[in-house]
Design a binder for this molecule. Structure first.
Ligand SMILES: Cc1ncc(COP(=O)(O)O)c(C=O)c1O
Length: 381
């Protein structure tokens, strides 16, 4: 038995997009910067991928810059926006991904910016009044707040935050790595200035992503080299990765309604079965609310027990892959910085289950049964 419930860490490849990539791996090998026929063919495929992504997100192709993934996109936007606009203040939250937090920390260590971290309550909600207050007091700030938290699944209203930022002339970056490919973005409506996406979070290839940079809020290049990516990022493009990314996003949009419904049903089933079988179980953040949270993530809070540390390990022995916190630091024994921020004193166990279109109700039932055994809970009667 092998059950994969760690889809917020990465998703299995969709064979349909692999077919789209294959000719560019095996036959069409040209360099898109070359002006001869081999190069032009690849350049055309690259630009049609960019156009496809722009159509899906309702922006212009020139606003899409390909990167090596979400981490590079977050780093590039924050660092370059600070440089371009001589920004001295960053407003963020302690529950951002490390791709954001460590970038902000570095800029602060280098004495380039003063960071401000918004308060978060025990449900993981950021203090929006404090954001308004900080924006009033600090002209020319950069705000970086994620759309969906990868650990507890909380969703932020980036439309509203973007309006606040616009009112106060702040640069607004949002880490949308967990939402692109799972929700529709209309970038004509949402006034975010920069956002990040990563293909492997929506069944695409690893090591490729993109940043959206609004055309009236351009930033200086982050990687210096050739004139690729409209002079924004030097280096020969990961062509087959990009073609795979665009195809994966196209498939994600095509099937989004059906997959959203399927995954929500799985999540609702898991919540109901856990409640039925594990007395005292609860859920971190908003993750039990199907509408208010990222539908792909359920962060389960297990009653306090000395055995909690062993539960994830025992799930692995049963062939079940889930995560104890953020998988981006898996292998490390460090606890989750997100849970430490929202529930600093809790001694309860935590397991993040995250779902994809490939999971089944039978898998959910099997996992809950195992969890019940591991929690050594016997049903009354
Ligand atoms: C919210 C968030 N931001 C950024 C990243 C980093 O993306 P990548 O793995 O493409 O560098 C991740 C990956 O887990 C993520 O969940």
């Amino acid at each position: 038995m092998s059950i994969y419930l760690d889809n917020a860490a990465t998703t299995p490849l969709d064979p349909e997009f692999f077919e789209a990539m294959k000719p560019f791996m095996l036959e069409d090998f040209g360099n898109p910067s070359s002006t001869h026929t081999h190069g032009r063919k690849i350049k055309a495929a690259l630009e049609s991928s960019r156009k496809k992504i722009a159509e899906l997100l309702n922006c212009t192709p020139g606003e899409i810059i390909f990167t090596s993934g979400g981490t590079e996109a977050d780093n590039a936007i924050i660092t370059s926006a600070v440089k371009t606009y001589s920004i001295k203040t960053i407003i963020t939250s302690p529950i951002e991904h490390h791709a954001v937090l460590h970038t902000v920390e570095q800029l602060s260590k280098d004495h380039v910016v003063q960071p401000h971290y918004l308060n978060v309550d025990s449900k993981g909600h950021i203090d929006v009044d404090q954001l308004q207050d900080l924006l009033l007091k600090n002209q020319n700030s950069l705000v970086t707040l994620m759309q969906a938290n990868n650990e507890v699944g909380n969703l932020s209203d980036i439309g509203y935050i973007s309006e606040l930022c616009e009112r106060h002339q702040a640069y607004f970056h949002s880490d949308t790595v967990q939402t692109v490919g799972h929700y529709r973005h209309d970038l004509k409506k949402i006034k975010v200035h920069g956002m990040a996406a990563s293909a492997h979070k929506f069944h695409g290839p690893k090591g490729v992503g993109f940043m959206f940079i609004r055309k009236d809020k351009k930033i200086t290049p982050f990687l210096h080299g050739g004139s690729q990516e409209r002079n924004m990022r030097g280096g020969t493009e990961n062509v087959y990765g990009i073609i795979g990314l665009a195809k994966a996003l196209e498939i994600a949009y095509r099937d989004m309604d059906e997959h959203t419904r399927h995954i929500k049903e799985l999540k609702a089933r898991m919540i109901a079965k856990l409640r039925e079988n594990i007395p005292g179980v609860s859920f971190h953040g908003d993750s039990e609310d199907l509408e208010k949270s990222l539908y792909t993530v359920l962060n389960v809070s297990l009653p306090e027990s000395e055995d909690n540390d062993m539960i994830l390990f025992n799930l692995v022995l049963q062939g079940i892959s889930a995560s104890g916190g953020s998988a981006c630091s898996s292998g490390a024994t460090l606890g989750s910085h997100v849970l430490a921020s929202i529930n600093p004193d809790s001694k309860r166990g935590s397991i993040r289950f995250s779902f994809s279109k490939y999971n089944t109700p039978e898998e959910i039932d099997f996992v809950v049964d195992k969890l019940k055994e591991l929690c050594k809970v016997s049903l009354p009667g």
